[in-house]
Design a protein around this ligand. Structure first.
Ligand SMILES: N[C@@H](CCC(=O)N[C@@H](CS)C(=O)NCC(=O)O)C(=O)O
Length: 216
């Protein structure tokens, strides 16, 4: 599953945009490396990603992206995480939705498929994803991008999570046209082509592999 984690890809895209080289290592979740005592010392939640910046350790991709932009972002910081109070509030709103709602609805399908032999998502899992797509559609109708009329870190997070979500439950393009327009804008960006799309493809390969194995 190397480099397949959507939140880790969002962090890697920020690093790419600001020209920061990360020494990226992804724990193998199939070997429970993310729950080892050493890893839990870095992140008691046992989730990916974690940032180690000298003697500073930080987990949660959204917190990491904000930290990297604040410390190393230079002129990119203002564009990707604007200081205007209302714009920043909307960026935060989308990121909290990403972490608290959409990503959770993927995780309840992906983790049991990889770790517990789940054969297929339940109808409730799929209904919950479809409902979340409706929320994304409403957000996507407000601005050109997801939280402003320009790209912000909310786009990186939510586009990665939407990419992974669609591996599990296809998006009906006719029902969600604003989402489709917004996603096609983000997917054209060079950093998304280089990091985001391969990450989603690896997530797809992993899900296909575990689904086939669980149904043997
Ligand atoms: N809100 C967190 C979510 C992190 C997360 O759940 N990552 C997944 C990998 S994509 C994970 O670590 N799953 C293993 C687990 O939760 O046990 C973030 O944005 O960093």
């Amino acid at each position: 599953m190397l480099a397949a984690s959507p939140p880790a890809c969002a962090v890697r895209m920020v690093a790419h945009i600001i020209g920061l080289k990360l020494d990226y290592k992804e724990p193998d979740i199939t070997k429970m490396e993310h729950k080892s005592p050493e890893y839990l010392k870095l992140n008691p939640l046992g989730t990916i990603p974690v940032l180690i910046d000298d003697d500073f350790i930080l987990s949660d991709s959204h917190a990491i992206m904000i930290y990297l932009l604040s410390k190393y972002g230079g002129e990119h910081g203002e564009r990707l995480y604007p200081s205007d109070i209302r714009t920043r509030a909307v960026v935060n709103q989308v990121m909290f939705f990403d972490t608290g709602i959409l990503f959770v609805r993927i995780k309840v399908i992906a983790l049991p498929t990889i770790m517990e032999g789940m054969k297929a998502p339940t109808q409730k899992h799929l209904n919950d994803l479809e409902e979340a797509y409706g929320m994304v559609e409403a957000y996507a109708s407000r601005y050109k991008y997801i939280a402003a009329d320009h790209l912000t870190i909310a786009d990186l997070s939510l586009a990665m999570t939407m990419g992974a979500a669609q591996v599990l439950h296809k998006l009906n393009h006719k029902k969600f046209p604003n989402t489709l327009n917004w996603l096609s804008l983000v997917e054209k960006e060079p950093f998304f082509i280089q990091i985001g799309l391969p990450g989603i493809a690896k997530f797809n390969t992993a899900m296909q592999y575990y689904t086939a194995r669980n149904n043997q």
